[in-house]
Design a binder for this molecule. Structure first.
Ligand code: ADP
Ligand code: MG
Length: 694
């Protein structure tokens, strides 16, 4: 149960004055969560320094200034397009205040002629006259002290002005409770860190540019808190896992042999090695928690199947869980013929299965007549029970939380877990996601793959691209067409994809399909199935998720607005082609002007298709913070920590977490109790449940 002192922070933003449902929705989009706490985490990205206030004659145009002036004549607008002007002056010079669509009576009240006023805003020169358009602040001299000399600037979004955001964040900060200190006193002293609430308030009141740096004292403390929560949660889970006894799952190899014999190809060296590592781990007494890392197309599925067969050989059951319905079906379709060849019974369970068929499936799981179950998170449903689940494979782990992983492993006795990921992750980053997890890597690619020819083109050359696509499909090729990732909302993603779909349909008629995240499952499947069967030649898609499939005949990948995608994402997308033996190409369409980073990204993709090299370059170009922030990165989203700059803190947090658990494994002492609050603050509730009096 979440501690009561945190309740105000987890209250919805609508509990704040001035935040109604409409703003709350916009805030949620902006700050990434609905709670008061999410607003507190929304740190300023800049400052407005209003301390500059020389006499008018000395003002440098272009700067933000806070000026004390005497109000002179008001000049109403001569026409609708003309602004309303208020002429002001001091001993040294003059300044015009300029207002468009002005309300004269309001301006008369706030700027009465003959009075002194303090105005703050950006100063410009227009027709040789100094002017300020729509001052940010107008105050009487006696109120001028309340003008903040330095104002924080927050990242904004359409529909939310700086004023509204600042006000809401300010109101949120008023709710900060006094929490017990969870950090080690010596460390706090060494680093000069203030208590948590104070550090958070400081982070929101920068006095200088450099206070915005992630290296500032207050931001380092906040980052450390987050990393500590992360490392502590991982250590708790890991601890329990290691303490639980596993079981020896030792297969005879006969089912594996049958599958190997029926494969149309031989395993690569790294596939063989991975299978050997995994089966040895399963056969050992401890509980397995292992990562299988391999680039797109490196052949993880077959490795996972062989591992699951070892469990079946040992007389138990295995499950494979995929993050999306499409991927689950894809895995099922791939595995089905192989399972059949081995004489193993396989079933598929997704959220769509209902009624009698589902009941029959559950029965076959419970009585053990189904050996391997493939599915989505539907596998977590409460009534899904196995006779003896001994091994679970989780594909693309990052989409599932630790909690879900535990729920699944709770469905069997000492379940061995294999996590598959296609994202090559640098080691430090891996620690934040998995702790010290054993890892098998597929470093080789299946033989016979031809390199993908990658071309970058300006979007202006779209007509040529379309003609090229036309020629390719005339020769029987199939094409993925990925539409731009628009940041603001899913809706605009969709609009862009629909528009492209419309345009391509005009040209190619029914040979074009469209798939996007808003479609219902069966609808998506139908579109995908038509593409996989070659009935459609072009598949327009919005996101990465929808194309996480294997269509070997697809040999052309077009990515619109490639400059908006991350390097790793582009690499993943490109990996959807080049799966068969045909020559494949990838067209990255960009729209200028290209920044240096975008240019470098496209260049790297032209140069290499080595996923590990690309991951490293990605990290270098974007910094870990951004890499961690993306959904596809496979790593937790940190709100405050940025591993590109806080990696020293990660190492400390890791050591700290281990030490804490050695001394106080149940977090029962006074620091332990405070650390529980920390875990709840960062929503690691699942980890707390491991504690005896959680
Ligand atoms: P990923 O690692 O991206 O999940 P998959 O398991 O989907 O890769 O495999 C990609 C494709 O490569 C599949 O069509 C699979 O049948 C094929 N494949 C896997 N291993 C080999 C191999 N050793 N030789 C040739 N093709 C292979
Ligand atoms: Mg795969």
């Amino acid at each position: 149960m979440r501690p009561e002192i945190l309740f105000p922070l987890f209250a919805p933003a609508t509990s704040l004055p001035g935040v109604g449902p409409r703003y709350a929705k916009l805030f949620e989009g902006l700050v990434g969560g609905p709670a008061v706490l999410d607003l507190c985490w929304h740190l300023p990205s800049g400052i407005i320094d209003r301390r500059y206030g020389p006499p008018l004659a000395e003002v440098i145009p272009g700067r933000i200034a806070t000026l004390t002036v005497t109000v002179g004549e008001h000049r109403a607008a001569a026409s609708r397009r003309q602004p309303y002007r208020v002429l002001c002056y001091d001993d040294s010079g003059s300044l015009d205040l300029v207002f468009f669509h002005a309300h004269a009576d309001y301006l008369m009240r706030s700027l009465p002629p003959g009075q002194t006023r303090v105005v703050s805003g950006k100063v410009e020169v227009f027709h040789d006259r100094l002017q300020m358009t729509h001052p940010d602040h107008i105050a009487a001299p006696e109120e001028a002290a309340s003008l903040k000399a330095v104002e924080p600037v927050y990242p904004l979004t359409a529909g939310l002005s700086l004023k509204v955001v600042s006000k809401a964040v300010h109101a949120a900060l008023e709710r900060l409770p006094e929490v017990p200190e969870w950090l080690d006193a010596a460390q706090r002293q060494r680093e000069g860190w203030h208590p948590w609430a104070e550090a958070l308030r400081e982070a929101h009141t920068p006095g200088e540019e450099r206070d915005l740096s992630p290296l500032s004292t207050c931001r380092r403390r906040l980052a450390y808190d987050e990393l500590l929560a992360n490392q502590l949660a991982i250590a708790l889970v890991r601890d329990r896992q290691l303490r639980q006894k596993g079981r020896r799952l030792k297969g005879s190899g006969h089912l594996q042999d049958r599958v190997l014999a029926s494969l149309p190809f031989a395993l690569t060296g790294s596939q063989r090695q991975a299978v050997a590592e995994i089966t040895a781990d399963m056969a050992a007494e401890h509980r397995m928690l292992r990562l299988l890392q391999g680039d797109v197309g490196s052949g993880k599925t077959v490795v996972a199947l062989l591992a699951m067969l070892a469990a079946v050989e040992a007389g138990s059951q295995a499950a494979l869980m995929a993050p999306t319905e499409i991927l689950a079906r894809q895995h099922f379709a791939t595995i089905q013929p192989l399972a059949e060849a081995a004489g193993v019974s396989l079933a598929l369970l997704t959220g769509r299965d209902k009624g009698k068929a589902r009941a029959a499936l559950l029965e076959s799981l419970a009585d053990g007549s189904t050996d391997i179950l493939v599915g989505t998170h539907a596998l977590f449903q409460e009534d899904v029970a196995f006779r003896d689940l001994a091994m679970a494979v989780i594909d693309e782990q990052h989409r599932f939380g630790v909690h879900q992983r535990l729920t699944l492993t709770g469905k069997g006795q000492a379940v061995d877990v294999l996590v598959m990921t296609a994202t090559p992750i640098p080691r430090t980053l891996m620690l934040t996601a998995y702790g010290d997890m054993d890892c098998s890597r597929l470093t080789e690619r299946p033989p016979g793959r031809q390199p993908i020819e990658t071309v970058t083109l300006s979007l202006e050359r779209l007509p040529e691209v379309i003609s090229g696509v036309e020629r390719a499909i005339a020769k029987g090729a199939q094409v993925y067409w990925i539409c731009p990732l628009v940041e603001e909302s899913e809706k605009s993603d969709l609009a862009a994809a629909e528009e492209r779909y419309g345009a391509l349909t005009l040209r190619f008629g029914e040979r074009v399909g469209l798939v996007h995240g808003r479609m219902k499952g069966p609808e998506k499947d139908a579109v995908m199935a038509r593409f996989a069967a070659g009935e459609t030649a072009i598949l327009v898609a919005t996101t990465v998720v929808e194309v996480g499939v294997d269509v070997p005949a697809a040999t052309v990948m077009v990515i619109e607005h490639a400059e908006r995608f991350g390097l790793a994402q582009l690499h993943q997308l490109r990996g959807r082609v080049g799966r068969g033996t045909g020559k494949s190409s990838c067209l990255l369409l960009w729209q200028g002007p290209l920044g240096d980073t975008a240019r470098a990204r496209l260049q790297i993709l032209r140069e290499t298709d080595d996923g590990f090299r690309i991951a490293e370059e990605d990290l270098r170009l974007r910094g870990a913070g951004e890499l961690l922030g993306t959904r596809q990165s496979g790593l937790p989203d940190f709100r405050l920590a940025d591993l590109a700059v806080h990696d020293d803190l990660l190492a400390t947090a890791r050591a700290d977490a281990q030490l804490v658990l050695e001394k106080d494994p149940e977090l029962a002492g006074s620091r332990g109790q405070a650390l529980r609050v920390l875990l709840y603050l960062f929503e690691r509730d699942a980890a707390v449940r491991f504690l005896r009096s959680g």
